[in-house]
Design a binder for this molecule. Structure first.
Ligand code: FAD
Length: 502
C-alpha cells in the first residue's frame, strides 16, 4: 500500500541554516505549484549567531541553483570574492621570514606522465607549492580576482567563494524565500511535544504547529533534536580545544582594497581571521577558552590587528565543538549549528548546511522515510564531520610551533584521527594522492586540499627516484604560462567590486 506523502515541513530557526534550507526545499518541491508546505518559525528575541562570513567555492552552486542573481547577491551582502585562505605563522619563522602558505580552491589539472605535485617536489629548489602550481596564488599576488570582464555569473577562470555579511545574507535569503512562498512565522518555541520517537507539534507564543517533518536550525542549543534524545552529542574538544571566539568588526583598512582571500594567522592559543567585505573588515580570534580569558583574547586580537581602525562591533561567543551522533531522529533533522560545528578554519559551516539540505532532499524522496534511510543520512553526515575533523587536525599537528602549551599539545593531535599518523608517515615517502584518502570518511576534502596543507607546512616527501628533468621542467613551465595568461585575462578585484556596485 502506498504510504502518505510528506505534506508539510516546519523549520525552526531563521539563521543562515534555516533560510538556506527553507529556500532549497521550497524550490525543490514547490516551484510550479505548492506540493509541500514549507514553514519557518523564528524567534525575534533570540538572535542569530551573526558570524560566518567566509565560504568555500561550492556555495556558488547553491546560490546558482536557487536562481539568485550573483551581482544582486554580492551587492546585498557587501560581498567580496575569495580565492582561498592564506595561513600565516602556523610554523616557526625560517631564516627570519614569517611563514605563510596559501590554500586555494583549485584542483590539479591533468599533466603528462607526471603529476604537478611530484614535478614540484622533484624540481631543483623551488618556490612554494601554491606559487608553483596554483593560478589563484598568482592572481592574488597581482590583486586580481578569478573573473574576467566577460565571465558569466558564478563562473571564473578558477573556482572562488565569497566573503559576505552573515546578517545581511540571512535577510536577503529571507526576502527571497518568502517571495518564493515560504510561510514565515515570528514566534518563540516554548515547548516541543513528542511521543518519545517523533515530534508531534511545537508550542509557541503564537500557537501550536504540527508538521510531518521538523527541521532543527535553532543553533548550538538544538532545541528540537534534544527533545527527542539525550546523550546524542560527540565532542571533539579534546583534540580541537578552541571553544570560544571573539569577533570584532571594524572599518575597512585605509588605502587598501579588500583582499580576495581570507587571512588566518596563528596566535598564542588559537588563530585569528581577517575577512574583507566591501564596506568593512570582519576579524576574530578563535581560541582555547581553557587557556585564555575573554579579556586576554580580546586584548591579543587587538594587539595582533595592531592599528587604531575604528571598531564597529565586538562579540564574544561560546562554541560547541563536535557533532550529533544522530542528526536525524524520527521526523526531526538537525541542520547547521544544531547538527554540529568544528572551528571555522576552512570556512565550511555554510557548505555543510548546503550538503545537509541536499542530502535531506535525496533521503526524503520516498514517502515516509524508513530507518535505513535515516541511518544512511546519519552515516553520511557523520562521515563528513569526521573528514572535516581530520582535515582541521592536520593544520595543527603539522605545526612545529612550541612557544605555548597550546601549540605543544597541538603537535600531538594526529593520533585522534584514525589512520592519520600512518598516512603522514606514508606522505613522507610518496606524493599524497586521491587513492590514499579514498575508502575513509564521506569526503569534502580531496588529495589536492591535503597537498596544499602538507606541502605548505613542509611535510614534503623525500623522493629518491627522480623523474626525467625534461618532464619536470615541461610541467612547471606550462603551469607558469597558465598563471601568466590568467593574470592577463582577469580583472583587478577592486575593479570587479566597482563594477558590481554600479
Ligand atoms: P543561528 O545563526 O544561531 O540561528 C539560530 C536561529 O534559531 C535563530 O534565528 C534564532 O532566532 C532561532 N531560535 C533559537 N531558539 C529559538 C526558539 N526557542 N524559538 C524560535 N526560534 C529560535 N561558517 C562559514 O561557513 N564560514 C565562516 O567563516 C564561519 N565562521 C564562523 C565563526 C564563528 C566564530 C562561528 C561560531 C561560526 C562560524 N561559522 C562559519 C558557522 C556559521 O556561522 C553557521 O554555520 C551559520 O551561521 C548557521 O547558523 P545557524 O543558522 O545554524 O544558527
Amino acid at each position: 500500500m502506498a504510504k502518505e506523502a510528506i505534506k508539510s515541513i516546519t523549520i525552526v530557526g531563521g539563521g543562515s541554516s534555516g533560510w538556506m534550507t527553507a529556500m532549497y526545499l521550497q524550490r525543490l518541491y514547490n516551484q510550479s505549484g505548492g506540493r509541500v508546505k514549507i514553514r519557518l518559525v523564528e524567534s525575534k528575541d533570540v538572535g542569530t549567531i551573526g558570524v560566518g562570513e567566509a565560504t568555500v567555492h561550492s556555495i556558488r552552486f547553491f546560490f546558482a541553483a536557487m536562481g539568485l542573481d550573483e551581482n544582486e547577491l554580492l551587492r546585498e551582502t557587501n560581498a567580496t570574492l575569495k580565492s582561498g585562505i592564506m595561513f600565516r605563522n602556523w610554523m616557526k619563522p625560517k631564516d627570519g621570514q614569517t611563514h605563510e602558505y596559501f590554500h586555494p580552491f583549485e584542483q590539479q589539472r591533468p599533466a603528462g606522465p607526471l603529476d604537478n605535485a611530484t614535478a614540484w617536489i622533484q624540481s631543483p629548489k623551488r618556490v612554494s607549492y601554491a606559487q608553483a602550481t596554483s593560478i589563484s596564488s598568482e592572481l592574488i599576488s597581482n590583486a586580481n580576482c578569478p573573473k574576467a570582464a566577460t565571465s558569466p555569473q558564478y563562473q571564473g577562470i578558477v573556482p572562488y567563494g565569497y566573503h559576505l555579511d552573515a546578517i545581511l545574507m540571512g535577510k536577503y535569503l529571507r526576502k527571497k524565500a518568502c517571495a518564493a512562498g515560504v510561510e514565515h512565522i515570528e514566534a518563540n518555541v516554548e515547548h516541543v511535544k513528542t511521543n518519545g520517537e517523533t515530534i508531534t507539534s511545537i508550542i509557541t507564543d503564537k500557537g501550536e504547529f504540527t508538521s510531518d517533518i521538523f527541521i532543527d536550525c535553532t543553533g548550538f542549543k538544538g532545541l528540537l533534536i534534544e527533545s527527542l534524545r539525550e546523550n546524542n552529542w560527540q565532542s571533539f574538544e579534546q583534540e580541537l580545544p578552541c571553544n570560544k571566539a571573539v569577533a570584532i568588526q571594524r572599518k575597512p583598512l585605509l588605502g587598501q582594497p579588500p583582499k580576495p582571500y581570507t587571512l588566518a594567522t596563528a596566535l598564542t592559543n588559537g588563530w585569528a581571521w581577517e575577512i574583507d567585505l566591501s564596506n568593512r573588515q570582519g576579524t576574530g580570534y578563535v581560541y582555547d577558552g581553557n587557556r585564555l580569558t575573554k579579556e586576554e583574547a580580546e586584548a591579543e586580537l587587538l594587539e595582533h590587528l595592531g592599528d587604531s581602525q575604528e571598531i564597529l562591533r565586538t562579540v564574544h561567543l561560546d562554541m560547541k565543538i563536535g557533532c550529533r551522533k544522530e542528526f536525524w531522529i524520527g521526523n526531526c533533522i538537525s541542520i547547521g549549528l544544531s547538527g554540529g560545528f568544528i572551528e571555522p578554519l576552512e570556512s565550511t559551516g555554510l557548505h555543510i548546511v548546503n550538503l545537509g539540505a541536499r542530502l535531506l532532499a535525496t533521503h526524503l524522496s520516498s514517502n515516509a522515510p524508513t530507518q535505513p534511510v535515516r541511518d544512511s543520512y546519519n552515516k553520511t553526515l557523520n562521515g563528513i564531520y569526521q573528514d572535516l575533523r581530520q582535515f582541521i587536525i592536520l593544520h595543527y599537528c603539522l605545526s612545529d610551533r612550541d612557544d605555548t602549551e597550546f601549540w605543544k599539545q597541538a603537535a600531538k593531535t594526529a593520533a585522534y584521527a584514525k589512520g592519520l599518523p600512518e598516512k603522514l608517515e606514508l606522505w613522507r615517502n610518496k606524493t599524497c594522492e586521491f587513492m590514499d584518502l579514498a575508502g575513509g570518511y564521506g569526503t569534502i576534502f580531496n588529495d589536492e586540499n591535503y597537498r596544499f596543507i602538507l606541502y605548505g607546512m613542509d611535510h614534503t616527501p623525500d623522493l629518491s627516484q627522480p623523474a626525467s628533468g625534461y618532464e619536470i621542467q615541461n610541467i612547471l613551465q606550462r603551469l607558469a604560462q597558465q598563471q601568466e595568461q590568467a593574470v592577463k585575462s582577469t580583472m583587478l578585484h577592486s575593479e570587479f567590486l566597482k563594477q558590481v556596485s554600479r
